[in-house]
Design a protein around this ligand. Structure first.
Ligand SMILES: Nc1ncnc2c1ncn2[C@@H]1O[C@H](COP(=O)(O)OP(=O)(O)O)[C@@H](O)[C@H]1O
Ligand SMILES: [Mg+2]
Length: 381
């Protein structure tokens, strides 16, 4: 298990820059065998958090427990070489002059975990087989594809058989097809070996598809934690709704107060929308945004309910094979919206269409970009 409490890291001022708090009071837990992902835009503090856990960066404050070992507290700092973690980076960090075999064997021939040669050989070949490189053990990394080089860097992290593996955007340098394949392979290797994975990415699709649990980071802080479904379907605020998946965020005003149980009516440029309750007593007249996912908006002829329907004019049609993207202007005030619809339906630019969305697919969010309902859970210290 990885347990991080109130972790903070400030980079000190230099002649050209002021002091900067890259990680601010971050707390999360990763259970044994769990695949947990920190996701957020570039510069939000993901790498710094990982480096603090690996022992490559000294935090200002906080505590870190790896398995049953406290590696960081007020009184204690365990150095990187004494922490039972492996790390895989975006850059493959393999040595070009050594063979694949020697690259993978290297961690076993240095440091405190020295093994005898037959054990090294057995361990290395087993690990190379696991990542599908047993056939190229005698090659140099320059004779490998990008995907093979990334497998090699994974093998080098796995060869130690660490209980925890930290991944820093390991797939970012691969092309889209390979990235998808490696994503699936990584997940199946992690399941098969059962190690605990802490993964960092700016790619929300990667986070949603790989993870058991996700923490969304912004400016050094965690702004929401949950399962991929929770983060996608119940984003806590506008920032998360926009960052994870795509969202149409339509401004509006609450018509009648929210009792906390029933649907709520919101006056918007699309007309009055019935929306799932906020779980919070929003007052009549309160300004809000309604989040509508592009794939939840449908043509109403495929749809029975009479509520939440509006007319729209199609502005652009982008055929994408599996689905088609439409940009429309909807409702009386011509609210710009993006929709993702079945490609089977033929729609042309300039068409007027009738659209609808279910109440439960309309999520009300506070007007403020970063505010959240219900109030964010206060992390215990
Ligand atoms: N060694 C450093 N010195 C000063 N600032 C740094 C250093 N490393 C990172 N930062 C700053 O800290 C912030 C977080 O960086 P990082 O953890 O690398 O973000 P991420 O991995 O999410 O892109 C960034 O604004 C970055 O510029
Ligand atoms: Mg980074």
């Amino acid at each position: 298990m990885i347990s991080v409490r109130n972790l903070s890291k400030t980079y000190s001022a230099t002649s050209s820059s002021a002091a900067f708090r890259a990680v601010d009071q971050v707390s999360f837990d990763v259970a044994d065998g769990e695949f947990f992902t920190l996701v957020g835009p570039s510069g939000c503090g993901k790498t710094t958090t990982l480096r603090c856990i690996a022992g490559l960066e000294k935090p200002d404050a906080g505590s870190i427990t790896l398995g049953s070992t406290v590696v960081l507290s007020d009184r204690l700092y365990v150095s990187a070489d004494r922490r039972d973690v492996g790390m895989v980076f975006q850059s493959y960090a393999v040595w070009p002059h050594m063979t694949v075999y020697d690259n993978a064997a290297f961690p076993l021939t240095v440091g405190r975990t020295k093994l005898r040669p037959p054990e090294v050989k057995e361990r290395v070949m087993r690990t190379l087989a696991l990542v599908g490189l047993e056939g190229v053990a005698e090659r140099k990394p320059t004779q490998l594809s990008g995907g093979q080089q990334q497998r090699l860097s994974l093998a080098r992290a796995l060869v130690h058989q660490p209980k925890c593996l930290l991944f820093d955007e390991p797939l970012s340098n691969l092309d889209a097809k390979l990235r998808e394949r490696m994503r699936a392979e990584l997940r199946s290797i992690q399941r098969a070996l059962g190690f605990t994975a802490l993964y960092v990415t700016h790619d929300q699709i990667e986070a949603l598809s790989l993870s058991d649990g996700i923490a969304v980071m912004h400016q050094g802080r965690i702004i929401q934690q949950g399962s991929p479904r929770e983060i996608y379907f119940s984003p806590a605020n506008r920032r998360i709704a926009e960052f994870i998946g795509a969202s149409n965020l339509v401004s509006g005003t609450i018509i009648a107060g929210d009792t906390g149980t029933d649907d709520v009516a919101v006056r918007t440029g699309l007309g009055d929308l019935r929306c799932s309750g906020t779980g919070h007593r929003a007052a009549a007249g309160e300004e809000v945004f309604v989040s509508l996912r592009p794939e939840d908006v449908r043509f109403t002829d495929a749809f029975t309910s009479e509520v939440n329907t509006f007319m729209a004019t199609v502005e652009t049609v982008t055929f994408g094979g599996a689905s088609t993207e439409l940009h429309v202007r909807a409702g009386e005030s011509g609210v710009p919206m993006r929709l993702q619809v079945s490609s089977r339906r033929i729609v042309a630019e300039g068409d007027t269409v009738m659209l609808g969305i279910r109440c439960q697919d309309c999520r009300i969010l506070p007007a403020d970009m970063d505010a959240a309902w219900p109030p964010p859970r206060i992390e215990e210290s």
